[in-house]
Design a protein around this ligand. Structure first.
Ligand code: C2E
Ligand code: MG
Length: 834
């Protein structure tokens, strides 16, 4: 047929073509099939001829058969070619063939046959399908990725980069729409400085030729943020990097967190290293064990006097004082067992120089974010100075500054516990109350510095006599107390009292002067009802007895002394209040000229107008004032009041005004004290000096010392008169009459009272009167109650008298009337003779 008309070469092509070749007549019956196609059917080509597709032992899918037939119809009808695919079966499985049907026309343009060219495209189709699938999968990832992705085209010179594709995440992240990016060079999309920053990274990737990772902060429309990018270069067949795939992630939050962490670490480092407080990190667990130094700062090193190298790795307890070590470790363990979260406590540490230093230790447990203990942060404030001051203050609060001996407070505390001990043990406790004899005059003569040196030496002497269990305290200027435990009887106390006296009697060198000390000692022995207070009072009271018996002796206390001591204390308290409330008064008792009966003087006598007990006489309170040091203040007040009163009378009665006698205690004398007071009182009252008489009792005169004598002399030289009161009772020779400037003696009323009773009394009294007169003194008889006494004394030659025969001591206004009367009487007496 027409195939036979084809040139030989064409025939060979058809036979050997790998493609399928088939010719159909206009009804779709095969006119020719080449061997390649026949092979698919597995029959000789002739068996296929003259039949339509689907009319043989068909291998083509029924759907593909229908398609093929329809296509033939269309080609014949439309005179155009058609491309399509069919599927067919082989023993190896289904396969796909691509067909093109072409109309064959005659010279008139009429269709005469349909030529079919087919090719097995099974492999190609599979590859294409895979490509599509892969593309789809990649698209899915690309479009839905949370990370930004982009594909860049690299310019041949490797300098410029064009976006081939970007994913939605990049558009979102950058704030630049996809359309604005795709197909554009970077510099067309972002401002120059950003473009330069970005391009330089891409260039770096091109030059490196391997994937790189980069962090950068970029100012994009979405804001200034930090980005982390991975750039992957792709090479073409020549090895040139022609594409870059990029993946970018916004790491601003992480970056900021890192910055914050770094900043906080830096802050911690600064706070730790530069702190003025000692700082340390201690391990909480580890091979070495707990609480070893992991890190220390400079202040900590200085606090301990060690270098960091000398501290690190050592256990915390190593640098603590042994007595605080166990406690501290226990407290640190408490931190770990959650007993508390931090604590502050004062601890002793050992400095490199061996000294104990004090630190205020604060410890906190530091945990990691999961809550597991990391380490202990310890802070140590150096409080050594404060502690030393506190210790000193505590010591000083309880000790005497001068001698370092316990003071009254510590003594009482000690006495309390010693007493409890002795009551438990059935033993006795002895309290020795020592008052140095003549300390005041020693102080006056040598000065205070020497007085202090003396007291220090005395304290040492007392201390040298004691056993370890005894203590000595200094509770006043020259008052010491010794407490001695475990005595069984008073004789033990006797031994100690004498031992102390002997120790004091050894000469002490004071600025080249050799002096000895002596003390009046009161000793109280505890009994079952003793309290620290009454023991001390008893000893004190006994000491007074010793002192008043001349000093340099010791005196045991007894119950009556205790009562006396109680009275002294209560009167003292009341008297102090009375002085404040101005309850004291001065009454005046006239002194009468025994020959004329005229009032020549008055004696000022102090009274206490007690709110409950009425008017109290001196014997009820003056001894207490003497003992408790109030006499100076009272005496000064009486002196002032009396002088004022005398001054007033002087202005009222002129020469007929009485002289004013004021009683003075020896305690007011010395150190020029009294004569200054007298000067002031005289100046204030305008009383002529010769109208003032100061009375001192004989027994007090015996006690006064050198400086008191000077005081008296000065007063006498001024013109003040000095009277010896209670004359004849002091059991002293009259030697002092030579030494002292005496103007007057007042004979004690005990003499007056014996006058009419026994002859001896009268003789002695007469002798005393004669003695006084012989010395040219005014002789005053006290306590005259009867006219008989008056006559006897007047006959003996007594100058003046004082007594209830005339008047008792009376308030000033009543005395005023008496003086006025006396002045009138005197005038009357004088008138007849003149
Ligand atoms: P004194 O200096 O011997 O004073 C005389 C005392 O004898 C007064 O006692 C007085 O009231 C009392 N008296 C006077 N006439 C008679 C009498 O006829 N019979 C009797 N039985 N007694 C008479 P008073 O006021 O109780 O004073 C007692 C002592 O107190 C005084 O004795 C004196 O030593 C002292 N005194 C009084 N006032 C002061 C003062 O201001 N300073 C000082 N340091 N001592 C004073
Ligand atoms: Mg008197």
């Amino acid at each position: 047929m027409s195939s036979q008309t084809r040139p030989h070469t064409a025939e060979s092509l058809l036979v050997n073509s790998p493609d399928f070749v088939v010719r159909f007549d206009l009804d779709g019956n095969r006119l020719y099939v080449n061997p390649t196609l026949a092979e698919v059917y597995g029959v000789p080509p002739e068996e296929l001829l003259g039949r339509g597709v689907g009319k043989t032992n068909e291998v083509v899918d029924p759907e593909s058969v229908a398609l093929m037939r329809a296509m033939i119809v269309e080609v014949v009808r439309d005179l155009t070619s058609r491309d399509f695919e069919i599927t067919y079966r082989t023993p190896g499985g289904a396969r796909v063939a691509q067909y093109r049907l072409v109309p064959e026309l005659d010279e008139h343009g009429r269709v005469i046959e349909v030529l079919g060219l087919g090719r097995d495209v099974t492999e190609l189709a599979r590859v294409q399908r895979e490509l599509v699938e892969r593309e789809t999968r990649f698209r899915d990832v690309f479009d839905n990725a949370l990370d930004s992705m982009f594909l860049l085209e690299v310019s041949p010179d490797g300098q410029h980069f064009r976006n081939l594709e970007i994913n939605p995440a990049l558009a979102r992240m950058s704030g630049i729409p996809r359309e604005a990016m795709v197909g554009k060079y970077i510099e067309e999309v972002v401002p120059p400085e950003v473009a330069e920053a970005v391009n330089s990274k891409y260039r770096h990737c091109v030059n490196a030729g391997v994937p790189i990772e980069e962090d950068a902060e970029l100012d994009l429309p979405a804001g200034r943020r930090w980005y982390h990018s991975t750039l992957i270069p792709a090479r073409d067949e020549t090895g040139r990097v022609y594409r870059i795939v990029g993946i970018t992630r916004d790491i601003t939050e992480r970056h900021n967190a890192q910055l914050a962490l770094a900043a906080s670490e830096e802050r911690f480092r600064l706070a730790f290293d530069d702190s003025l407080l000692g700082m340390a990190l201690l391990s909480v667990d580890g091979e070495d064990g707990r609480f070893r130094y992991l890190r220390v700062n400079k202040a900590m090193c200085e606090f301990l006097g060690l270098t960091a190298d000398q501290i690190l790795g050592r256990p915390h307890a190593d640098v603590l004082a042994p007595e605080d070590a166990d406690d501290t470790v226990a407290t640190l363990n408490g931190l770990l067992s959650d007993a508390y979260t931090n604590y502050h406590t004062e601890r002793r540490f050992v400095h490199a120089n061996g000294e104990t230093v004090w630190g205020l230790l604060g410890a906190t447990l530091v945990r990691n974010p999961e809550g597991a203990p990391l380490h202990v942060l310890a802070q140590v404030e150096d409080i050594t100075t404060r502690k030393r001051v506190e210790e000193q203050l505590a010591f000083r609060a309880l000790h005497d500054d001068l001698t370092g001996l316990p003071n009254r407070a510590l003594l009482m505390e000690h006495l309390g516990s010693a007493l409890a001990r002795s009551q438990r043990n059935g033993t006795h406790l002895a309290v020795f109350f020592l008052d140095l004899d003549d300390f005041k005059s020693l102080n006056d003569s040598f000065g205070h510095a020497a007085g202090d040196a003396f007291l220090i030496k005395v304290a040492a002497r007392i201390g040298s006599t004691l056993r370890a269990s005894d203590i000595a305290a200094r509770i006043g200027g020259d008052e010491f107390v010794v407490v001695c435990e475990n005595l069984t009887e008073l004789s033990g106390a006797t031994v100690l009292a004498e031992k102390i006296q002997r120790a004091l009697a050894v000469e002490i060198d004071l600025d080249g002067h050799r002096v000895t000390a002596s003390a009046s000692i009161g000793v109280a022995l505890s009994h079952e009802h003793s309290t620290p207070e009454n023991l001390l009072h008893d000893a004190d009271a006994a000491m007074y007895v010793a002192k008043h018996s001349g000093g340099q002796r010791w005196q045991p206390a007894d119950a009556s002394l205790h009562a006396a001591a109680i009275r002294v204390l209560s009167v003292e308290a009341e008297l102090r209040r009375a002085i404040e409330q101005q309850e004291l008064r001065v009454h005046y008792q006239p002194l009468v000229d025994l020959h004329t009966g005229a009032i020549v003087g008055v004696e000022a006598l102090v009274r206490w107008q007690h709110p409950q007990r009425g008017l109290l006489l001196p014997r009820e309170f003056l001894d207490v004032a003497e003992q408790r040091g109030l006499i100076g203040e009272i005496g000064q007040w009486v002196l002032r009041t009396a002088c004022n009163q005398a001054g007033t009378w002087r202005r009222q009665f002129g020469d007929r005004a009485p002289a004013m006698s004021v009683n003075v205690s020896s305690r007011q004398l010395g150190n020029q004290g009294l004569h200054r007071q007298v000067d002031a009182a005289l100046a204030a009252s305008a009383l002529p000096v010769e109208k003032l008489i100061l009375e001192l009792t004989e027994s007090q005169l015996l006690k006064i010392r050198a400086s008191a004598t000077t005081d008296l002399r000065t007063l006498s030289e001024r013109g003040v008169k000095i009277a010896i009161d209670d004359f004849g009772t002091g059991h002293a020779g009259y030697e002092y009459l030579r030494r002292l400037p005496v103007d007057e003696i007042k004979i004690d009323k005990s003499f007056t009272q014996t006058l009419n009773i026994d002859r001896t009394g009268s003789a002695i009294t007469a002798g005393i009167v004669a003695l006084g007169l012989g010395l040219g003194l005014t002789v005053v008889a006290k306590g005259i109650e009867t006219t008989e006494q008056l006559h006897l004394l007047r006959d003996m030659g007594c100058t003046w008298g004082q007594g209830w025969l005339w008047h008792r001591a009376l308030p000033a206004d009543e005395i005023h009337a008496l003086i006025a009367q006396s002045a009138r009487d005197a005038n009357a007496r004088r008138s007849p003779t003149t």
